[in-house]
Write a protein that binds this ligand. Sequence first.
Ligand code: ACO
Length: 430
Amino acid sequence: MSENTVHLDLGSGPTGLDVYQSTVGQPGFDIRKLRATTGYVTFDPGFGNTASAHSSITYIDGAAGVLLHRGYRIEDLAQQCSFLEISYLLLYGSLPTAAELATWTDQIGSQTLLNEEMRSFFDAFPRRSHPMAVLASATNAISTFYDVYRRPMRADEIDAGARTLIAKLPTVASWAYKKSIGEPYVYPDAKLGYVENFLHMMFATPVEETTIDPVVVKALNVLLILHADHEMNCSTSTVRGVGSSRANMFTSVAAGMGALWGPLHGGANQAVIEMLQAIHDDPDATIESTIARAKDKNDEFRLMGFGHRVYSNYDPRARVLASFAEDVLARMGQDDPLLEIARELEAAALSDDYFVDHKLFPNVDYYSGIIFRALGFPLRMFTVLFAIGRLPGWIAHWMEMNLDPETRIMRPRQLYIGEPERPFPALDDR
Ligand code: ACO
């Protein structure tokens, strides 16, 4: 076997497959010609063993529990950066200088306003709409109000589209929330920073000034950073997949939001709180019975906020959040009984053979909801907050996919197990 080739023998002699090295992490071999040369396709539901692209944005060492963005450890970024700094890093590959950051912040800050006609769009949704549905629809709709973004092709248009989306998403998110509670929409305030402005639009009302607590700003900044990217996860792969048909960035991101909403992905942050609340409220539910249900293969219940396709160790984002939750609650002068339940449930799971053998640890969604609650966000906004955080990651991947000469329209194969060709029966003969 040559250093750069692996050989696969399917019965008619070895087929050479080129090996690609990664900078760090596992190598891969190229199967693009496998079907043409051997007649075989590969079978990989959920693409758990398939690298869909070369990427230089994020690296995860799942066994060690390490997460790097553009080579920097998530723990360092979360402690020392602003969310807009991370957005710049993900999109452009390097941390901004002070001057670059100032320009970038100004550019984002100047574009937070939505086209006024968007108001009627929010008005049209039913009052009880889930804000994730409104968020995804409105994100798609932005491209219809800003003509150029329907089909941005030139690099400057793509950059402007990225800034527009990052600038406007908090406005869209807060208006989706205001709609759901029947309060008037609050306009952005250009004097405020990115996170402050979002909190202002979420919580201000025409009759009451909001005081923006710096503890909340700092905590939300960390939370958004911790959600900013996670390489080829379900929503990001969706963004890439939709974008691979040359759909525009706005539509691709809106599709990613749909993927994120599911409870096995970003919707888990809402599901975790619902699970903890159910344990709290149900006198018959105990930590032991919850663990037993999660292990029972006849019960579709899973321990929400536990397990991950890539991590076989503690998710480093969850590690940050586990200690951060206590800190935020203490600073906010709050005591949340769900945190206690979460701690007990985690301890019970981590010492249970099933969870140990399956290498199931808390993921980012396990503690994030407890912090979102403490910061005053309603449950139905949790996945929206995840989406605001994940936006720069989605855009960075869309941009990388768009520039990559190896990108092809996403179109997997299948193993057909239906009927072979058969004669068509007339209606009376069926
Ligand atoms: N509770 C109980 N058992 C679990 C859990 C869980 N949370 N997660 C995985 N398992 C078990 C499975 O039952 C399976 O057991 P088996 O091999 O004995 O049949 C084994 O672990 C592997 O599970 P898969 O579903 O094959 O793992 P996959 O990589 O496909 O799924 C996922 C990963 C979806 C995250 C899964 O762990 C899960 O459902 N977790 C709960 C939902 C959740 O927290 N999602 C958020 C993920 S993080 C994020 O998206 C931001």
